[in-house]
Design a protein around this ligand. Structure first.
Ligand code: SF4
Ligand code: MG
Length: 332
């Protein structure tokens, strides 16, 4: 399959009076045409900043790396070229539709806007297209809803409208940031079904940003686990669920609610995500890791391929680890 998006060595930093926060710190992500890749991690791991940087909407500063979309570096496009891409070839949906839907425009105006801009549709054509899109995302009475305003719809319906907006120009890449987190479980399942259907019909690739491993299991082909601004593990979805190698991923897996309990729990990994950049040396997961060794606190581990296509960033996989540990002992 062809590479659609290739992020290499991305660094997005935030600068404030308190100092520098490397929110994304050397991230590599590849997404192929039609592929759904889950970007997983607790809040503050850098997953949302990665997606916003891909749309060139991050409030931070990109200090390193490249983001190639269809072999063009997004980071060096002009603002005009970027606008031609946004909402057309790359679209985005968010957790809370009310923040991206404009309360003073009708549903139809908002869904139609993308085809007016990118395909030169007339107002009438755009309205007709909006009605088609509303049908496609399963909204009842589309001829009526098209002239209504966002506040007249339920949360689930608004999320469908946002998906209709995003899919309006049949994007090659859909970036979905916690698209179902604000919805109740039944509506969540319907929205995921809808996304899967549209994705299959259009061969759309999806970057699925989520902290919900249930969503990952249902939707994703591959999984990228982020921690403290870095990719700590990546592999295909079955591998990550059945054979997680990084202690952080293993912790995430343990925190999945069991079927008997059937309830949603937050991660039970002790401690909190560090403020990126606050740990200058070693593995950023060390303060929370039961497996931490001396070397972990001194030196940052590299991402290593533990089996074909499966990568993990942990000293446990390094055959040199024993040597390094002995060295430490010798220096004491
Ligand atoms: Fe734990 Fe060390 Fe692996 Fe970091 S490198 S995850 S501290 S074992
Ligand atoms: Mg987020």
């Amino acid at each position: 399959k062809n590479k659609l998006l290739e992020i290499k060595g991305l660094q997005t930093y935030f600068y404030s009076d308190e100092g520098v926060v490397p929110a994304v710190d050397g991230v590599d992500i590849t997404i192929h045409e039609g592929e759904t890749v889950g970007i997983v991690g607790e809040s503050g791991c850098g997953k949302s900043v990665t997606s916003l940087t891909t749309m060139r909407l991050t409030p931070g500063k990109v200090v390193g790396g490249t983001i190639e979309f269809n072999r063009n570096n997004i980071l060096s496009l002009t603002e005009e070229e970027m606008r031609a891409l946004r909402g057309n070839d790359i679209a985005m949906i968010f957790q809370e539709p009310m923040t991206s839907l404009n309360p003073v425009f009708t549903i139809g105006q908002q869904i139609g806007e993308a085809v007016e801009i990118h395909r030169n549709y007339s107002k009438q054509q755009a309205r007709q297209h909006a009605i088609e899109m509303l049908k496609l995302v399963g909204i009842p009475r589309p001829e009526q809803i098209v002239d209504e305003y966002p506040h007249q719809l339920s949360g689930g319906m608004r999320q469908r409208v946002m998906i209709a907006m995003a899919m309006s120009c049949e994007p090659k890449l859909l970036i979905a940031d916690e698209p179902t987190t604000a919805l109740d479980v039944t509506i969540q399942a319907q929205i995921l079904d809808l996304m899967r259907k549209l994705k299959d019909e259009n061969n759309t690739a999806i970057m699925m940003i989520t902290h919900d491993l249930g969503v990952v299991a249902e939707m994703c082909d591959r999984v990228i686990v982020m921690y403290s601004g870095k990719v700590v593990e990546q592999g295909d979805v079955v591998t990550i669920f059945t054979n997680p190698q990084h202690p952080y991923t293993q912790g995430l897996m343990k925190s999945i609610p069991t079927l008997e309990r059937g309830e949603k729990r937050l991660y039970s990994i002790k401690g909190n995500v560090p403020i990126p950049g606050s740990l200058r040396e070693g593995c950023t997961f060390a303060p929370r890791c039961d497996m931490a060794m001396d070397v972990c606190r001194r030196q940052a581990p590299q991402l290593v391929e533990v089996e074909p296509g499966h990568f993990s960033r942990c000293w446990l996989h390094s055959s040199n680890e024993g040597e390094t540990r002995n060295e430490t002992a010798a220096h004491r």
